[in-house]
Each structure stands twice: as C-alpha cells, then as structure tokens.
Design a binder for this molecule. Structure first.
Ligand SMILES: Cc1cc2nc3c(=O)[nH]c(=O)nc-3n(C[C@H](O)[C@H](O)[C@H](O)COP(=O)(O)OP(=O)(O)OC[C@H]3O[C@@H](n4cnc5c(N)ncnc54)[C@H](O)[C@@H]3O)c2cc1C
Length: 563
C-alpha cells in the first residue's frame, strides 16, 4: 500500500513505504542453488538471517554504521600512541550477528559437506543488510587456508578464528574468545605488483621477524591479526602480525590515518606504518605470494558473493518500488519499458547468484581435495570476479533510476549507499585487468583448468545456444593463448563467465529466465558474442530484452513478501 496522509498544503500521495519486514533469503535462485550443492540443511538458518536482514531495525543499524563513520584516535590525552579506532555501536552489532552465525571462518572447522556453501549463502543474504562489515568477515574467512602453511600458527589461532564469539578490543589474541583477521599487501607504489613491496623484515633470532615500512591500504585495522607481505632476506614473505603482543604490549603498528572513501564508509580503511613490528613467517620464507594467494582466492569468492548480493538487493528494491509507485495511471511495473528493465535486472541477479553458488560448491569440494573442482575454481573464480563485480555498478545505477529522483536521496532507500559501495569488489583483490590477466595465467599454466571449465559448460551443450557459446569460447581460448593474449584477457574473462552462466541457467533456471538470458546475453545468433551494433548483448543498457519473452514470470523471481 502506498501512503496517503493529510498535510496542511497538500496530500502526500503515491509515496512508496520503505521496503522492510521481508525475508532476504526468499530468493528462489539462491534456494535452489544451495539445494543442488547439497546444502538444503542450511535453509532454516538462512531464513532466520534473511528475516533479520530485512527488518527495519537492521536497516537502521546499517544506516547508523555508515553515517557515523569510524574515528581514529592516534594518541591519548597525554600524547602516548594508542592507535585506536572508535566505531559506532551499530557496527559492533552487525559484526556480532555475522560472527555468531558463522559467516567468518567457521566452515574451516566444520567437516559437514557443503559447509562452505552454507557459509557463502549466509554471507550473500546477510551482506544485503550492510556490505562494509563484510570486509573483516571475509578476511577472517580467507586467512585460514594461508595460515595452514604454518601448522604451529594454525594450531594456535585457528580455533579462535573459527569461534562464533565476537570479542572486540585490544588484548593479546591468545586470551580472547574469538579473533578477526585482516590483510595488508598494498603499498604506496602499487598494489597489483606486490613484488615491488618495500617493507622489510629482519630476523629477530627467535623465529620472529621485525617489520619496518608501511601499507597504503589496511582495511579493518581493529582486527587482532594481520597477514602482511614484507621483504625478508629470503625474498617476499607472508607474515602473521598481531596487533597486541603476547605480553600485552602494543605491537609497533601505527595507524597513520583513515581513508576518506567514496563508499564502504562503515569500514575503517587505514594507512599503517610498522616500526620494527613483531611478526612470524607464514609458509616458506621467500614464497610469500604463493602463501597469500590462498587468502586471495577465498576473498575473491566473497567479492563475487558480495556483488551477487548487491545485484539481488538492487533488483528487489527496484521491483518492489515499481510495483507500488504509479505513473500515468498505472503501477510503474506495468509500463512495458519498466517491465523490461526489472526483468533484465532479475535475469542478471539470477545469473550471478546461480554461478557464485556453483563456485562456492567448487570451493567446498576443492577444500576437501577434489582436484577437478579446484581446477574449475582456479579459472572460473577470477573470471566471475572480473565480470560480476564489473556488472554491479551498472545494475546499481539502473536500479536506482527505477526509483526516479527518490533513488538519489539518502533517507529514502539504501540505493545511494548501494551505488557507492558497488565498484569496490571490482577494485580490491585484483582490479579488473589484473583478474582478467589471472584468468589467462591459469589457462596457460594449468591445462586442467581449461578441461574443467569446458567440461562444466559442456554439461548443457544439448541446448544449441549453449553449444554455440561453447564453440565461441573454444575459439577465443585458442586466440587468447597466442602471442597477443593479454589483449583478449577481458573479453575472455567475460565470455567464460557468460558461457558458465548459460550452461547453469540452461540446466537449472525456469524457461522464462533462460530464454531471456540466452536471447540477450549470447547475441542474436545464440553464439557467445553479441553481434556488433546489436541492441541486445551484455554491453547494452538494461531493459533492452528482445520480444516474445515471459517477462511477468521473470519479474516474479525478484518479488518478495513483506509484513
Ligand atoms: C576500500 C578499499 C579497501 C582496501 N583494503 C585493502 C586491504 O585491506 N589490504 C590491502 O592490501 N589492500 C587493500 N586495498 C587495496 C586494493 O587491493 C588495491 O587498490 C588494488 O589491489 C589495486 O592496487 P593499486 O591501487 O595500487 O592500483 P595499481 O596496482 O596501481 O593499478 C592501477 C590500475 O592498473 C591496472 N593494472 C595493474 N597492472 C596491470 C597490468 N599488468 N596490465 C594492465 N593493467 C594493469 C589495475 O587493474 C588498475 O586498474 C583496498 C582498496 C580499497 C579501495
């Protein structure tokens, strides 16, 4: 119901009430994807979290956490360094919920098959409440496989990283009920090329090293532990650096200032300096990239999950608004041009969610030793990170516009925050070019990756449109492995993602969604490239779907019940 209330000068008409009181997990694409991955057992908790995420109270926590930005206190009143970040209580409340539901590192301690899928689905649902606090949650999830390169450190800290207790505060990690972890790789002179890091690490003679230098980006500096890259005598090495040393003294990690950012405002991203800070090597000294790459892979999965979540949230808010807002005598959603936009956003959401949960399944099986799934993940994850994270700002901008001018207004809906947050997942953990080049690297170095990828796509080649996409991809794979390969990297990463989404949707999506995806994302011929100048194709603004589709059925996929 839209609101109608008497005012002194006019009646307030046709204003749409806030979208609250709905179950964020009421997402048919997500629910069927987790059942396929053997994770139906997680549905009850997923709905519990979804209902909580959809409450007005949680939305208020999210707003508060973003408007009351974290504040750095470098010194106390007497001039002593304290390097404390003050957060609004809402931030702690959001994190407490995330940790108590095991959205951080818990699946690493859980032998249940598909535990990583359950965690991924919960992350996808809860991050729709607020995206910024997902940063330390993701890093805590991701640090465990890297930490396992040093079994002693893993034995000491893994039980605390996987604990469901949120225990903030500056105390030695060993005595806490639960820990959060961050990572610090990026320096002033460059983040993509970490081998150019200048921070040095000098052996202290007792197994520890003393780190001196800086990091230009260190998000969530209130974490208890950090994985840090530094140049040791053996070469670039991964280190575990605690914020508080075992004897209770502060480690020499000084927070210089917090970044004033476009979005992600609830999360403190900082610049730090190390002045002979104590740290322990993780993995073999000199093999730092090899060690931290395990963390990078896991955070990349969360980048895709976070982006799929933003796409879904944007589509749901836009659809809900368009159902209730009237223009020219009819609900917006009944105007054909708007029906097409909402349907297109819904298709994008279903494609993103279906693929990312398939990748979470691959991550789960890879973690349990499945080599073929590890090979698929190695190539499909950077491809999906490239493509889905790049699609997110386009979706956010289009969905915002469905609310007209109201979409631009901070207190009307979460849309402005969603748009501001939307480019981030594409930048960190490998910006667009870097992840696309990583796809190429995976294919060049490990032939098993191409085999695993094509095997997955070929599961649906009974459908002629998927068969055409697979043929187009095979051609591009050959071209990209030639001398000019880097030039094709982005196209290749995009096409891999589209072909994977096509294969999955052909097998698992309702016919209406699959028809819309194939006729708009695979090009007029049904092949993997949209034809030049075509009005469909993935580069075209949303809402350009061709004729003859069951748009009502597609739009229904992003309808949620409120109240
Ligand atoms: C909000 C936020 C939080 C962050 N938090 C953290 C954190 O906690 N820890 C951390 O370590 N980092 C963090 N980062 C940093 C982030 O990971 C880096 O910004 C990112 O890796 C890119 O590094 P850079 O900024 O130095 O860009 P550069 O490396 O200078 O790259 C600039 C551009 O050039 C492109 N490029 C680079 N190499 C190539 C190439 N070979 N060919 C073609 N193009 C190329 C990149 O894709 C990019 O578009 C954060 C960033 C942001 C915005």
């Amino acid at each position: 119901m839209t609101q109608s209330r008497r005012h002194g000068t006019h009646e307030v008409l046709n204003q749409v009430p806030p979208l609250v009181g709905y179950d964020v997990a009421d997402d048919p694409a997500l629910l069927s994807a987790i059942r396929r991955e053997g994770c139906g057992w997680a549905e009850a908790e997923l709905h519990e979290l979804g209902v909580l995420a959809g409450t007005a109270a949680t939305q208020e926590l999210a707003r508060q956490a973003n408007v009351n930005k974290p504040v750095l206190r470098t010194h106390d009143s007497r001039g002593c360094r304290i390097d404390e970040v003050d957060f609004h209580p809402s931030w702690h409340q959001l994190l407490r919920t995330a940790v108590s539901h095991g959205l951080h590192a818990t699946p690493w301690a859980d032998k249940t098959p598909a535990a990583h899928v359950a965690r991924a689905a919960k992350f996808l649902v809860w991050t729709q409440a607020e995206a910024g606090h997902g940063c330390p949650i993701s890093m805590t999830y991701a640090c465990v496989p890297a930490l396992r390169h040093s079994p002693d450190l893993a034995a000491r800290y893994e039980p605390l990283l996987t604990s469901a207790s949120y225990d903030p505060g500056l105390r030695p990690p060993d005595g806490k009920a639960g820990l959060l972890a961050g990572m610090a790789m990026t320096e002033k002179q460059g983040g993509s090329d970490v081998r150019a890091n200048t921070t040095t690490a000098v052996p202290a003679g007792d197994g520890s090293y003393l780190l001196t230098g800086h990091k230009w980006f260190c998000s969530a500096p209130m974490c208890d532990l950090f994985l840090v890259l530094a140049q040791a005598p053996e070469g670039l090495t991964c280190f575990l650096l605690p914020r508080v040393l075992p004897d209770g003294s502060r480690n020499a990690m000084h927070i210089q200032r917090l970044k004033d950012k476009l979005g992600n405002c609830a999360n403190a991203s900082s610049e730090v300096e190390y002045d002979a800070a104590v740290a322990w090597p993780v993995g073999e000294p000199g093999r730092g990239v090899r060690t931290i790459i395990n963390m990078v892979s896991a955070t990349r999965l969360d980048c895709v999950l976070g982006s799929a979540a933003a796409i879904r949230q944007a589509a749901v808010i836009a659809a809900s608004y368009a159902r209730l807002r009237q223009a020219f005598g009819a609900p917006l959603i009944d105007h054909p041009a708007m029906t097409g936009v909402i349907a297109d956003l819904s298709v994008e959401s279903e494609a993103a969610t279906t693929l990312v949960i398939r990748l979470a399944g691959a991550a789960d099986r890879a973690a349990r030793g499945d080599a073929a799934e590890a090979a698929l993940l190695r190539v499909a994850l950077p491809a999906a990170k490239y493509w889905i994270c790049k699609r997110t700002p386009m979706v956010a901008a289009e969905a915002l516009e469905c609310l007209g001018g109201n979409g631009y207004v901070e207190d009307y809906s979460p849309m402005p925050r969603l748009l501001r947050d939307s480019p981030l997942n594409s930048i960190w953990e490998g910006s667009g070019n870097v992840t696309a080049l990583d796809v190429l690297r995976a294919l060049t170095r490990a032939p098993a990756c191409a085999d695993a990828l094509l095997a997955e796509i070929d599961l649906a080649t009974g459908d002629r449109r998927v068969a055409a996409a697979a043929a187009g991809l095979r051609k591009l794979l050959t071209e990209a492995q030639g001398p000019d390969g880097e030039r094709h990297a982005r196209r290749l990463a995009g096409q891999i993602t589209i072909a994977l989404q096509a294969s999955l949707l052909a097998r698992h999506a309702p016919a209406a969604t699959w028809d819309a995806f194939s006729s708009s994302r695979l090009g007029a011929s049904g092949g993997a490239n949209s034809s030049p100048g075509s009005l469909t194709g993935p580069g075209t603004p949303f809402g350009s779907l061709p004729d003859g589709l069951d748009l009502a059925a597609i739009v229904a996929r992003c309808a949620v019940r409120t109240g």
